[in-house]
Design a protein around this ligand. Structure first.
Ligand SMILES: *[C@@H]1O[C@H](CO)[C@@H](O)[C@H](O)[C@H]1NC(C)=O
Ligand SMILES: *[C@@H]1O[C@H](CO)[C@@H](O)[C@H](O)[C@H]1NC(C)=O
Ligand SMILES: *[C@@H]1O[C@H](CO)[C@@H](O)[C@H](O)[C@H]1NC(C)=O
Ligand SMILES: *[C@@H]1O[C@H](CO)[C@@H](O)[C@H](O)[C@H]1NC(C)=O
Ligand SMILES: *[C@@H]1O[C@H](CO)[C@@H](O)[C@H](O)[C@H]1NC(C)=O
Ligand SMILES: *[C@@H]1O[C@H](CO)[C@@H](O)[C@H](O)[C@H]1NC(C)=O
Ligand SMILES: *[C@@H]1O[C@H](CO)[C@@H](O)[C@H](O)[C@H]1NC(C)=O
Ligand SMILES: *[C@@H]1O[C@H](CO)[C@@H](O)[C@H](O)[C@H]1NC(C)=O
Ligand SMILES: *[C@@H]1O[C@H](CO)[C@@H](O)[C@H](O)[C@H]1NC(C)=O
Ligand SMILES: *[C@@H]1O[C@H](CO)[C@@H](O)[C@H](O)[C@H]1NC(C)=O
Ligand SMILES: *[C@@H]1O[C@H](CO)[C@@H](O)[C@H](O)[C@H]1NC(C)=O
Length: 488
């Protein structure tokens, strides 16, 4: 099916009576494209479609052969050949690192939006430095950063306008009321691709971190990329730098693939999480390198009474082959906002170095919700302070309306095949007295570098272990055939 044909071959007969403008646009694009092809600078969009090859006589796609979850993004029957491809330059963009391109991006999207139901569109960002304030994406759309393209987040906070808080948080995460919109934003979209030839989106977040540090931040900081209520998203092959706040935030989304991404922020930059799937389902995160001042990946689902009321869980989340470092937080975190529930999470092939924690489960009284059926396997760690950590929050609630009786349920956490070198501490596993964590199962875990006196610290948890060294705490010594150490 994946023929190496450019979008030129797309059936233009799909158009019903194209307007004169549309016609002129098409001619422009065809001309531009032909020019690009002749200079070999055009990105072959069919190249991202996954090549097919033969193994033992069967034809498989490269993705299948690598045990990938990227099928969560559905390329669809059209195989994503966007009919209309334009450059930000066509909308007056100037890539000199100074000129504001906010209007150019907004105009571009406004114009390309019209192709949503006519075969989709693509906006190319060529080599250069493109300063912009926040802009919204549209459906059936690809934002494509060519080699050497750098989008720079505006240093004018007014170009990050305030939007409503998320209903599952009830307020901005950091400050009451609304929150700054993300640099690149989308709400209620289907089929959005943000990709390219390892181009860069740099949030230039320092201005925002300063506001946080010097306590003059008025509204919650914006994300680098946030997609809300959207379906079928692919973010790949780019470098994201210096997000003001969490870097990639899919919330109330389904079928999201984030792969082959490099995400970097200074190791002391506050709350610059890498990827935070939030109240979302069918999310695939793979082959990413992340360095940041907060969790590399954090799975969330809303905050206390607001998250409970909305009850939108995060489920079917796969995190695979992610590497990185975070000296203050964890490789992968579940929570602490988890009030809509989190279930069916698979985390494997993680490589975490020089970090505060490897895997961490965070919740608290007042959260309600649940965390269940979490599988964490095949993790290597080096110089990680606490390889496995379960903990309570620090009295972190949205407002006075939180419910003391809203206890989270944590059940069915399976952690296996972990090797940790130069380990700082044995696992610290603290559940909640009124709601102990159950069905914790640990298998084949070896923690090197601990002193002989190092002991696991466990409280309000139960479960079992097989092949774990150093010897686990008695709470995990259950020999209970009715609760075997199996995936639950
Ligand atoms: C996106 O494309 C699909 C299939 O081509 C179409 O069914 C859908 O209506 C389009 N969405 C929008 C918002 O135009
Ligand atoms: C982007 O979308 C948000 C809502 O999702 C809206 O508040 C904002 O005005 C939009 N911005 C632009 C430039 O259209
Ligand atoms: C990813 O970006 C690199 C440029 O760094 C490019 O050579 C490669 O073709 C891109 N990969 C895909 C799958 O588009
Ligand atoms: C993309 O660029 C980043 C930053 O320069 C680099 O670390 C990474 O290896 C590059 N990725 C690819 C696929 O070329
Ligand atoms: C706080 O940081 C902002 C942004 O860097 C700066 O404009 C402001 O002057 C700083 N305020 C104080 C009190 O340091
Ligand atoms: C794992 O991800 C890295 C990028 O961080 C990539 O270079 C490597 O090829 C991936 N490994 C597999 C098996 O896909
Ligand atoms: C638990 O989650 C895994 C994915 O991590 C899934 O394959 C499995 O079916 C789930 N188990 C149950 C009982 O739902
Ligand atoms: C972990 O690695 C083992 C051995 O390579 C493999 O069989 C297993 O599928 C991997 N993942 C999980 C979740 O166990
Ligand atoms: C135990 O885990 C290591 C990697 O951490 C792996 O190489 C080994 O195959 C695992 N053993 C079993 C019995 O799964
Ligand atoms: C668990 O029970 C089995 C069978 O009753 C017994 O052989 C085994 O020694 C017990 N293991 C521990 C750790 O108590
Ligand atoms: C075995 O585990 C089940 C499920 O956690 C629990 O209900 C039961 O009381 C346990 N039995 C023993 C003998 O510990």
């Amino acid at each position: 099916m994946d023929t190496d044909k450019p979008f030129l071959n797309t059936n233009l007969g799909n158009f019903k009576r194209p307007s004169r403008t549309v016609f002129i646009l098409i001619i422009t694009v065809l001309t531009v494209t032909l020019l690009q092809i002749s200079t070999k600078s055009v990105f072959p969009i069919w190249a991202i479609l996954g090549k097919k090859f033969k193994i033992d006589g069967f034809t498989v796609s490269s993705e299948e052969s690598l045990r990938s979850c990227s099928g969560f993004y559905n390329k669809g029957v059209m195989k994503r050949r966007r009919v209309m491809v334009m450059s930000i330059k066509d909308f007056g963009g100037v890539g000199d690192g100074k000129t504001s391109n906010t209007l150019a991006f907004r105009k571009a999207i406004q114009s390309l939006k019209r192709f949503g139901d006519k075969g989709g569109s693509q906006l190319n960002v060529p080599k250069g430095k493109w300063v912009t304030g926040s802009f919204n994406l549209t459906s059936n759309f690809t934002l494509f950063l060519e080699f050497g393209a750098v989008i720079l987040g505006s240093q004018n906070s007014e170009e990050w306008p305030i939007i409503e808080p998320l209903p599952s948080y009830g307020r901005g995460r950091e400050r009451l009321g609304g929150r700054h919109i993300s640099l690149i934003h989308g709400d209620g979209l289907t089929d959005v691709v943000i990709t390219g030839e390892n181009g860069t989106i740099d949030g230039q977040g320092k201005m925002w971190w300063n506001l946080w540090w010097n306590r003059t931040l008025e509204h919650t900081r914006g994300h680098l990329v946030e997609l809300m209520n959207s379906h079928n998203i692919l973010i790949s092959n780019l470098t994201f730098l210096n997000s003001p706040f969490w870097t990639i935030h899919p919330v109330y989304c389904s079928n999201v693939v984030i792969k082959e991404m490099t995400i970097l922020a200074p190791l002391n930059a506050p709350n610059t999480d890498g990827i935070d799937p939030d109240s979302s389902t069918n999310v695939c995160i793979e082959n990413c390198y992340i360095e940041s001042g907060d969790d590399l990946v954090a799975v969330k689902s809303g905050w206390d009474q607001y998250g409970m009321k909305m009850a939108r869980p995060s489920s079917n989340i796969i995190v695979r082959n992610v590497s990185g470092t975070t000296p203050t937080c964890s490789g992968v975190g579940i929570g602490s906002e988890m009030s809509g529930g989190i279930f069916n999470v698979l985390i494997e092939d993680l490589h975490i170095h020089n970090s505060a924690a490897g895997v961490r489960i965070k919740t608290d009284i007042g959260r309600g919700g649940y965390i269940s059926n979490i599988t964490i396997a095949n993790i290597t760690m080096d110089r990680v302070k606490i390889p496995i950590r379960f903990s309570r929050g620090s009295n972190d609630h949205p407002d006075e309306g939180w419910d003391l009786m809203a206890l989270p349920s944590v059940k069915g956490i399976h952690i296996s095949n972990i090797i940790s070198k130069n380990t700082g501490k044995a696992p610290v596993l603290t559940g909640i007295k009124e709601a102990p964590f159950e069905g914790i199962c640990m298998e084949n875990i070896t923690l090197f570098g601990l002193s002989p006196s190092a002991k696991w610290q466990c409280e309000f948890i139960s479960g079992m272990t097989v092949g774990v060294s150093p010897l686990p705490c008695p709470q995990l010594n259950a020999n209970n055939s009715s609760y075997p150490c199996k995936h639950s």
